[in-house]
Design a protein around this ligand. Structure first.
Ligand code: UDP
Ligand code: MG
Length: 328
């Protein structure tokens, strides 16, 4: 089979890793083309997520020198998920399937061929799943495990130890295009699309240069976004909590009435203070969670674009207005 495969790689300030990454990926793609596994119209597509360093100039040089490369320049930094989406939504107009991966090659690129084999067997979505997390710190491993457990408990259907290394067929990408939400959490949405899926196991390596663009703060906000954009369970839990507290307050009321009737008027200072702080904290927490959803609704109703493409290289061809060219 000779299908057109696109590799989609979001890049944010990745000038240190791009030369090596592009070299390795080029070798792999050329090998696959030679073997006749993929068409020679396949592309390695880098998406520049509004980097302020030399990332885009490296990408455009690659595109000018070799038609195996293609590049999308976003007008602004929109975050990993949106950059990935911009790449995938462009890829679906050209490719039979697209594989998304990170620029730092932490995900083992040796399994790209297995992804393509599974696609040729008829799978529409193939998830890359880490077989071990040996290279991650114990802290990252622990928090990641908690994150997946929490996601699933909250009703978002995610696959443990699958990041954004996956293959999606054109059909699956067309399905993804129907999800118009601004608060995008691909890991939660892709399983919702359905179709026949499969898994490829791989080892995750260390980042070979540069530093992680996901510090703890971004990781936490990613987790909150993931949960609140895939599930309304937290709000239901608040309702349940409110109900339980109401029951407790009725019990307390009865208790204090009885005490009052039998004449024991307790000073009640401790109880009072604890209730004030306890309930106050709960109310603020609940408001915060509800606020998170209200904020999401606000962002959704505005229907702002999820990304804006400044220019696009398809091999050596350079487009500045791909909406008008009907390519996105
Ligand atoms: N990335 C991006 N926009 C951002 C942050 C990150 O496109 O705002 C890209 C980054 O260039 C990389 C991928 O997302 O290709 C994953 O980031 P990173 O490797 O820093 O995350 P980690 O592997 O540490 O979770
Ligand atoms: Mg990384």
């Amino acid at each position: 089979m000779n299908s057109v495969i696109w590799l989609v790689i979001p890049c944010y300030k990745e000038e240190e890793v791009l030369p090596e990454t592009s070299k390795e990926l080029k070798e792999i793609m050329n090998g696959l083309i030679k073997k006749g596994k993929i068409s020679n119209e396949s592309k390695i597509c880098f998406v520049n997520d509004g980097s302020t360093d030399k990332t885009w100039s490296i990408i455009s040089d690659l595109c000018k020198s070799d038609s195996l490369f293609s590049g999308i320049n976003l007008a602004h930094n929109k975050g990993h998920q949106n950059a990935l989406l911009a790449g995938l939504m462009t890829a679906r107009h050209y490719a039979d399937a697209a594989i998304s991966l990170d620029a730092d090659l932490q995900d083992d690129v040796g399994v790209i061929e297995q992804f393509i084999d599974k696609f040729h067997e008829g799978k529409e979505v193939v998830y890359g799943v880490r077989s071990t997390r040996a290279t991650d710190t114990a802290f990252k491993r622990g928090t990641a495990h908690m994150f997946y457990k929490l996601m699933n408990a909250m009703g978002a259907d995610t696959l443990e130890d699958h990041a954004d290394y996956r293959l999606m067929s054109k059909r699956a990408l067309d399905g993804l295009a129907e999800y118009k939400e601004v608060n995008l959490f691909l890991r939660g949405i892709v399983p919702m699309i359905g179709y026949e899926t499969d898994v490829v196991y791989y080892e995750r390596h260390e980042r070979f240069a540069g530093e992680s663009k996901y510090p703890l703060k971004k990781m936490l906000s990613f987790a909150v976004d993931g949960i609140t954009s895939c599930s309304v369970k937290p709000i239901r839990m608040i309702t349940l909590l409110g109900f339980i507290i109401f029951l407790v307050s009725i019990a307390m009321l009865i208790y204090f009435l009885v005490l009052h009737i039998i004449g024991h008027t307790v000073a009640g200072w401790t109880t009072l203070v604890i209730s004030v702080w306890g309930i106050g904290g709960l109310i603020l927490l609940s408001l915060g969670i509800i606020g998170e959803y209200v904020g999401k609704i606000y962002m959704e109703v505005k229907e702002r674009p999820r990304f804006i493409i400044e220019s696009f290289y398809y091999g050596q061809e350079h487009f500045f207005d791909i909406k008008r060219e009907n390519k996105v």
